[in-house]
Design a protein around this ligand. Sequence first.
Ligand code: RP5
Length: 173
Amino acid sequence: MNPSPIISVLMGSDSDFEVMKEAALILKDFDVKFEMLVTSAHRTPGRTSEFARNASGRGVKAIIVGAGAAAHLAGVIAAETTLPVIGVPINATSLSGLDALLSTVQMPGGIPVATMAIGKAGARNAALFAIEILAIHDEILAEKLKTYRSRFKASVEEKSSRLQERLDSFLNE
Ligand code: RP5
């Protein structure tokens, strides 16, 4: 485990790793120290609660939480800390992630969980959102975010040019 993580990435099971590794890639790319661990709201409630209560004191600034099915993990973590909690619903059942989305997003007033999209896009956005929070007080991260966004701009313009070539060739067939 990283000795001084600023971001914690939690998941309810190791079966969530395939999705949550997308958050790890982004955090690594931005050179943000993070830890990743499995804890479950239902299977290990004591471990989950202890983690949430100690996170702030360990220097963690935001917690990303991925969970599938009856996904209570993000809400349980949020109940025990005032750190920002960012939820990622995972498609783990025959309900395709809708169960996890509703379980994560429908928090009672007073205990917020910032809920991202279901799956890999949500995991990526959770990491970016955590970095945006850190960037409020970190100019280097703020600059890196601007660079990240400008790469998107360039790639969309490139896709648009390629689309024009495909359209021309299709119409001239
Ligand atoms: C949730 O149940 C986990 O977050 C996971 O998405 C889902 C299935 O867990 P496993 O049965 O694969 O351990 O708690």
